[in-house]
Design a binder for this molecule. Structure first.
Ligand code: ADP
Ligand code: AMP
Length: 229
């Protein structure tokens, strides 16, 4: 893509846990025919499968800490090399620190980094009510996105669960990890002229309308880098 023209195809969603990145990435990627690459989802699948990656990641995830960079980078590099990433991709939950961001630059060129801007109190509310389907990964919320039948996935009927890292003790660690390790990426991408902010408060459809406008006209250099839609 020529910078400043046409829709962005190589996108990163950046923001605190619970900001709504996964919810929005799943919908937008489906709509655009892009790959939705959530490192959290891939790691959770590995934990469920009980493979080597899952065994290495499990303890870190439960505690709310980051999984070691080399493990995460290997997943992302492999996944982006597959043909279904060719139309475009949304990276959700990656990169999470400067080392990952720099490593990513060696194998992908980003066109847009969307910062999900949200009040921390709202994040805690979203995380405490989040429930997921352990079978298909669909994300629900007890208040804002309840399943049709209480406690059951709309798609496959599995019993919904709370993520172990959505319990209060781990949430506290994750918010601290975000502030210390991930938030510095905002300045990194602002300097590169890739950062655009989106107001992540409001209903999912309000946020998705803002995002669609932003992605369709992605011209990071053409507007103020912190301008919100
Ligand atoms: P992230 O991927 O940033 O951690 P999620 O997309 O999993 O966040 O959203 C966290 C929780 O908040 C989920 O339970 C989800 O259903 C809910 N949620 C997502 N977007 C909104 C929104 N705009 N308004 C209210 N609840 C939301
Ligand atoms: P998420 O689903 O994005 O909230 O991620 C859940 C957990 O998976 C995080 O708290 C980390 O333990 C781990 N994780 C996900 N993505 C990464 C990443 N890019 N680097 C390190 N750990 C990650």
């Amino acid at each position: 893509m020529t910078p400043g023209h046409g829709p962005a195809r190589h996108i990163v969603f950046l923001g605190p846990p619970g900001a709504g990145k996964g919810t929005q990435a799943a919908e937008l990627a489906r709509e655009l025919g892009f790959l939705h690459l959530s490192t959290g989802d891939l790691l959770r699948a590995a934990v469920t499968e009980g493979n080597e990656l899952g065994r290495a990641a499990d303890g870190h995830m439960r505690a709310g800490r980051l999984v070691p960079d080399d493990l995460v980078l290997a997943i992302v590099r492999e996944r982006l090399a597959r043909p279904d990433a060719a139309r475009g991709f949304i990276l959700d939950g990656f990169p999470r620190n400067l080392a990952q961001a720099r490593a990513l630059e060696a194998f992908a060129t980003l066109e847009l980094v969307v910062s999900f801007e949200i009040d921390p109190r709202l994040v805690v509310q979203r995380l405490s009510g989040r429930r997921i389907c352990p079978t298909c990964g669909t994300v629900y919320h007890l208040d804002s996105r309840p399943p049709r039948v209480a406690g059951r996935c709309d798609r496959d009927g599995s019993e919904l669960v709370q993520r172990p890292d959505d319990r209060a003790e781990a949430v506290e660690v994750r918010l601290k990890v975000y502030a210390e390790q991930t938030a510095p990426l905002l300045e990194h991408y602002r300097r590169l002229g890739l950062l655009r902010g989106v107001d992540a408060a409001g209903t999912p459809s309000e946020v998705s309308a803002r995002l669609r406008r932003l992605v369709a006209g992605a011209a990071p250099e053409a507007r103020s880098p912190t301008e919100r839609l």
